[in-house]
Design a protein around this ligand. Structure first.
Ligand SMILES: C[S@@+](CC[C@H](N)C(=O)[O-])C[C@H]1O[C@@H](n2cnc3c(N)ncnc32)[C@H](O)[C@@H]1O
Length: 195
């Protein structure tokens, strides 16, 4: 129920997915949050026992380091880390703001073998089918936010250019075998484990 959700008091279409992201990377110690913004997801994951590095090009929102978090300026398309560095890479609502393929290649590169890459994002409705799926999300979202407090962090927002299917195809071309599903809040969730 939303009122028991850890982000019920900071509710938006991204934060509602943070617990799911945390579940998916529970076994990984060192985590990179790409496009971390003001750091709420990174701090949440650190609170669950992970060591988290957050990276974002927008210095105006990057927070100070806190326990088990380190934040730095950087870009998804040129991650300043060695190959095989992280057990998990997570990224929420970032791929549509950058060169998606380049960012995925970089996320894949810095992930160690066996590591988990989680992307949450959104896309543009292209065609009747995609529009209908998005319309079908409306009732669940209206019900889901009852009892929550809307949260609007001061991070950069942009419209998506790629459609949902285009985004899925692009992800699967870089990350063969990645899962991909539409989740609440007009988002997709994609998970890939590096062989
Ligand atoms: C909509 S915000 C999402 C922030 C955060 N992940 C969240 O869950 O609230 C998008 C973030 O992506 C960052 N961003 C945009 N282009 C980026 C890039 N090329 N590399 C890394 N981050 C980028 C923006 O600065 C912004 O903080």
């Amino acid at each position: 129920m939303p009122k028991n959700h850890p982000f019920a008091d900071r509710w938006n279409h991204n934060s509602q997915q943070y617990p799911r992201v945390a579940e998916l990377i529970a076994d990984q110690q060192l985590v990179l949050d790409v496009g971390c913004g003001e750091g709420t997801l990174a701090r949440y994951l650190a609170g669950q026992g992970h060591q988290v590095v957050g990276i974002d090009p927008d210095s105006s929102v990057l927070p100070d380091d806190s326990e088990n978090t380190h934040f730095m300026i950087g870009d998804a398309t040129g991650l300043p880390f060695a190959d095989d560095s992280f057990g998990a890479v997570v990224s929420v609502m970032v791929l549509h703001q950058t060169k998606l393929e380049l960012a995925l290649v970089e996320m894949r590169r810095v992930l160690r073998p066996g590591g988990v890459l989680v992307n949450v994002g959104y896309a543009r409705n292209k065609g009747v089918g995609e529009t209908l799926v998005s319309i079908a999300d409306i009732p669940g979202n209206l019900v889901g936010r009852v009892g929550t407090t809307r949260w609007e962090p001061p991070t950069i927002k942009m419209d998506a250019l790629l459609g949902w299917t285009e985004t899925r195809d692009a992800i699967e071309s870089i990350l063969p075998g990645a899962s991909w599903e539409r989740v609440g809040g007009w988002r997709y969730l994609s998970v890939w484990q590096r062989p």
